[in-house]
Structure formats: structure tokens, C-alpha cells
Design a protein around this ligand. Structure first.
Ligand code: G4P
Ligand code: NA
Ligand code: NA
Length: 194
């Protein structure tokens, strides 16, 4: 997605060889027009798939997911981080390991909001090491929902989460793929990113 790549190029900050900061438009500040274009792009990629729900994870996945839900005309549900034990029996839940934050978090979705009738487009801001992906696949299995595609606004292809998902037979839709962050510059994977 060319517009997105240009904004990453101009606003993104390379923190180190593993981390790209995009607080200007995705992880802190949010660019509504860009989110709208992102929603439209995911929608056009899901043509004919009869998506019934967009699923994401709080917080940064919500903006692109809502825009995709708007254009697809389907509801959105975000997995919460940290579960209350009080209503545990009403939740699908799985533990995600964040490689970036070196911490575990519990992801949960109410059983009332996701079930075996659902055909899901999952969307996240980053696809990196796949910590969230593993937890999401577990929640999909528990609920019986069908994962049609795993969407990422930005895939860091060099961190393996996307390749792990593809190896599991999951359709991955990344709007931009980054192949490296060496020497303070962002390398885009031109072939597979668009
Ligand atoms: P994963 O996304 O493949 O699961 O990888 P990882 O476990 O490393 O990601 C943990 C958190 O770090 C996620 O955010 C993810 O979006 C974010 N992240 C991963 N790589 C980058 C990066 O290069 N830049 C930035 N800015 N974030 C990255 P989260 O904990 O879910 O937080 P939130 O943003 O949704 O609140
Ligand atoms: Na994030
Ligand atoms: Na996220």
C-alpha cells in the first residue's frame, strides 16, 4: 500500500534493528484519513469472503479494525488484555508472549461476541514475532470461528511471525512489509509488501 509506505518513510522512526516507532499516526497519534484508506484496502482484499466480524487486540489494532469493519459492514470485537477471573467461564482466552515487551499478557474475548458462525478478518497494527498470532489462533480454535485472514498494517518480515502463520496455512494480508531496519533506515520488501 503505497500511501502507507510513504507515511512510514516520512514519519517512522527506527528505534533499533528490531523496532520501528510509528507514534505519529498509528500507536499514539492516529491519522483518521489513513485509517480510512487502510479499512478500504482490507475490505477490497476480502472481496467474496463473506466476513462476519473483524477481530483485533486492544489498543493499537482498534483504529484500523474499526475502519475495516465500517467498510465491510460488519461488527468489530477487540480482545482485551488482562482477564478478570470473575467471569472467566464466559471468555475465550489465551496467553500471549510479547517479545518486544518481554512480558506475558492474557487475551480474552467474550463467548457472546465470537462463535462458530463467524468468518473472521483479524487485524493488528504490527505483525512481528507472532506472539499475538499464536494466542489469536488459540482463541479462534476455542470459539470454532473460521479465520479467513490475518491482517497486519505493518509486517516486519524479518521477525518470523508472518512466516510462522503462513506455515500454519493461514492467509496473511500485510499492507506493508519491512524486510529490515539496519543502519537507522527502513528497508521495504517491495515484492511482497504491496
Ligand atoms: P507480535 O505483534 O508479532 O505479537 O510481536 P510482539 O510480541 O513483539 O509485539 C508486542 C507488542 O509490540 C504489540 O503491541 C505489537 O504491536 C508491538 N510491536 C511489535 N513490533 C513493533 C514495532 O516495531 N514498533 C512498535 N511501535 N510496536 C511494535 P501491544 O503490546 O499489543 O500494544 P498496543 O500498541 O496495542 O497497545
Ligand atoms: Na502495538
Ligand atoms: Na497491537
Amino acid at each position: 500500500m503505497e500511501t502507507l509506505q510513504k507515511i512510514i518513510q516520512s514519519e517512522g522512526k527506527v528505534v533499533n534493528e528490531g523496532v520501528l516507532k510509528v507514534d505519529a499516526f498509528l500507536n499514539h497519534g492516529i491519522d483518521p484519513k489513513l485509517m480510512d484508506q487502510i479499512g478500504r484496502e482490507f475490505t477490497s482484499r476480502m472481496k467474496g469472503e463473506q466476513i462476519t466480524k473483524v477481530v483485533t487486540v486492544e489498543a493499537s489494532g482498534i483504529a484500523p479494525a474499526v475502519m475495516a469493519g465500517l467498510h465491510l459492514g460488519v461488527p468489530v470485537v477487540f480482545a482485551r488484555k488482562g482477564t478478570s477471573t470473575i467471569h472467566a467461564e464466559h471468555l475465550w482466552k489465551a496467553t500471549a508472549f510479547s517479545f518486544t515487551k518481554e512480558a506475558y499478557s492474557e487475551l480474552s474475548i467474550s463467548k457472546e461476541l465470537l462463535n462458530d458462525d463467524d468468518r473472521v478478518l483479524f487485524i493488528d497494527d504490527f505483525l512481528a514475532n507472532g506472539g499475538a498470532a499464536k494466542a489469536i489462533l488459540s482463541i479462534m480454535r476455542q470459539s470454532g470461528a473460521t479465520l479467513i485472514a490475518y491482517g497486519a498494517v505493518i509486517e516486519k518480515g524479518f521477525q518470523g511471525g508472518g512466516d510462522w502463520l503462513r506455515g500454519m496455512g493461514v492467509r496473511v494480508e500485510s499492507l506493508v512489509r519491512i524486510s529490515g531496519l539496519q543502519n537507522g533506515t527502513i528497508q521495504f520488501d517491495e515484492e511482497r509488501g504491496a
